[in-house]
Design a protein around this ligand. Structure first.
Ligand code: NDP
Length: 334
């Protein structure tokens, strides 16, 4: 008797903020693994802001998700059956075959998790793509130096929490921006020197000037809009901006906001560089060599916001744009 896999499919392309009605939970047959294939049951699924871009038809660096087909994304699972020499029953693996509870795939589509007692779901967040994004942005793009002042937007999220901690380890003075009092308090526990609750700060320029009288040497940009304008006003001469994300725009219907003050880049000779983490994947081993021992020693911390069950996945995804997560937003399966 053939088994079934459950998966979330995209029913229609969202307009503005996605709604649960844009998605459907469907059952599909799960084939028997053939030679070279592996059967995996997922335990942890990732929702990430970049997935919003793939839900539209706009041309980007990754193709759009198909309608009425499986979505994909980061996942951690356990091997249930293997006909591939590189995997055995019980192995913990990561894949891009998320948004579903189980699947059969070729072994080449799977990566064995490194041997560590750390929780496996860290490899979707702090030790996975978001953590690597923070590390690459700070060290490969901005080349952050000890003693510099760094501003990080969406600082309490998956990328942000790693960016602020890695920057502190590198000897920087770190300012974070986030959207609630609880998140401000959390960031302070991570050793962030100063935190802005942007929702309760009517004058971002004045607040940044107060918190960084020496100016901002590096801005790690995850949001865009008003914070980017305020950061440009406060950057030092020869400051660097890592353009990692612009989440403030992801649900806008074409009406992208600012910055209206790009002239600051000329006056201050600011360097702004876009970041795609995939360009830096050859350094993932270097990142893990630093980050795994630091987590094992308790010198790095990771927070998670966990929603339970495959059916909750659309809502967890939407929650990213409503600020519902502290640290990495994850979906846990039974
Ligand atoms: P997060 O865990 O940071 O979750 C998103 C957070 O963004 C929310 O919790 C919310 O926090 C904040 N946010 C959402 N909407 C808005 C808004 N309209 N205005 C201001 N803040 C908002 O996500 P990630 O860490 O996974 O991603 C962070 C950024 O990094 C995203 O822009 C993402 O696209 C980008 N990214 C880029 C990569 C690359 O290779 N270039 C790779 C990975 C991520 P708050 O409460 O603080 O508002």
């Amino acid at each position: 008797m053939s088994q079934l896999s459950h998966q979330i499919q995209l029913l229609r392309r969202p307009t503005g903020l996605p709604t649960p009605a844009d998605f459907a939970l469907r059952e599909v047959p799960l084939p028997e693994p053939q030679e070279g294939e592996v059967l995996v049951a997922n335990q942890w699924l990732s929702v990430d802001p970049y997935m919003r871009g793939r839900m539209s038809e706009a041309k980007s660096y990754v193709p759009p998700f198909p309608l009425n087909g499986p979505l994909d994304g980061g996942a951690i699972g356990t091997v249930l059956a293997s006909r591939h020499p590189g995997f055995k029953v019980g192995d913990r693996v990561s894949s891009m075959l998320g948004w579903r509870d189980s699947f059969v795939a070729r072994g080449e589509q799977l990566t064995l998790l490194p041997a560590t007692p750390l929780p496996s779901q860290l490899f979707l967040g702090a030790l996975g793509m978001p953590g690597m994004t923070a590390w690459a942005g700070l060290h490969k793009v901005a080349k952050l130096q000890a003693g510099e002042t760094l501003l990080v937007s969406a600082a309490s999220g998956a990328v942000g929490t790693m960016a602020v901690q890695l920057a502190k380890r590198a000897g920087a003075r770190v300012i974070g921006s986030t959207g609630s009092a609880d998140k401000v308090a959390y960031l302070k526990t991570l050793g962030v020197d100063a935190v802005i609750n942007y929702r309760e700060t009517p004058d971002l320029d004045a607040e940044l000037a107060r918190l960084a009288p020496e100016g901002i040497h590096v801005y790690f940009e995850n949001v865009g809009g008003a914070m980017l304008e305020a950061a440009l006003n406060q950057m030092t001469v020869h400051g660097r901006i890592v353009l990692c994300g612009l989440i403030e725009q992801y649900n806008s219907n074409g009406g992208a906001s600012g910055p209206r003050n790009l002239a600051q880049m000329i006056r201050k000779r600011i360097l702004m560089q876009g970041l795609l983490v995939s360009d830096h994947w050859q350094h993932y081993g270097d990142f893990l060599a630093e980050a795994i021992p630091a987590f094992e020693a308790g010198a790095l911390q990771a927070e998670e916001t966990v929603s339970e069950g495959l059916a909750s996945m659309p809502q967890a995804f939407i929650g990213l744009f409503e600020g519902r997560n502290t640290g990495k937003m994850l979906v846990k399966l039974d």
